[in-house]
Design a protein around this ligand. Structure first.
Ligand SMILES: [Zn+2]
Length: 208
């Protein structure tokens, strides 16, 4: 699935959901005590599976890098690792499956939040969105790659100690979104769905 994550990021780049070095993704299989995360500072449109970082879950509050490949040994894990670690240390409803966490900066989602829209409210006017995607309340302005960003995202996703989450996607004001599901393309679809609705809302000019 690392190859699929590369494809997802290449597609996100083509859609202008990220610039070259933005965006990060992690993946964990339920029966493994480690997860893989994209490296920091590399160009995501040409990302390769052997560049991923392998992260061992030592305890609920501790992780450590493990050797994966020679290429990845020279790279650092994404700066958003606190966000990913919190969501990967316990898998909740994905306990017998895979959990993929995707963070990107989709244009219309970010524009809608900038215009003062809480993404969790658009479902009222566009109910089809909620058939497949549960949208959390926006996280307010928080510094990128901070523990605060991680904590606020976890809180708004209603992340529990056992890893259960109540939502599929959360927006971070002035920044981007985080989507979670059992495969890279499924997580991507939550973003795509919300992005499509935000585009419609902004095209209508009615933001309140
Ligand atoms: Zn970001």
């Amino acid at each position: 699935m690392l190859e699929t994550i590369c494809e997802v990021l290449e597609d996100a780049y083509k859609r202008n959901w990220i610039t070259s070095r933005d965006g990060n993704v992690s993946i964990r299989h339920h029966d493994r005590d480690h997860f893989y995360i994209t490296p920091s500072g590399v160009r995501k449109q040409t990302l390769q599976p052997d560049q991923f970082k392998k992260i061992k879950i030592v305890s609920p509050i501790m992780w450590e890098e493990q050797f994966y490949t020679d290429i990845s040994a020279n790279l650092k894990p994404s700066g958003e690792i606190p966000l990913h670690f919190g969501l990967q240390r316990a898998l909740g409803q994905h306990n017998n499956d895979v959990r993929v966490v995707v963070h990107v900066h989709p244009t219309y989602c970010v524009a809608a939040m900038h215009a003062g829209i809480d993404l969790s409210t658009v479902v009222k006017d566009f109910p089809e969105l909620s058939r497949y995607t549960r949208v959390a309340k926006n996280v307010p302005d928080v510094p990128p790659i901070s523990q605060e960003l991680a904590d606020q995202c976890h809180k708004n996703l209603w992340l529990q100690k056992d890893g259960t989450i109540a939502f599929d996607i959360v927006g971070i004001k002035g920044h981007g979104v985080v989507a979670i599901d059992t495969s890279p393309w499924r997580a991507y679809e939550h973003i795509e769905r919300l992005e499509h609705i935000c585009k419609i809302v902004l095209a209508s000019g009615i933001t309140k």
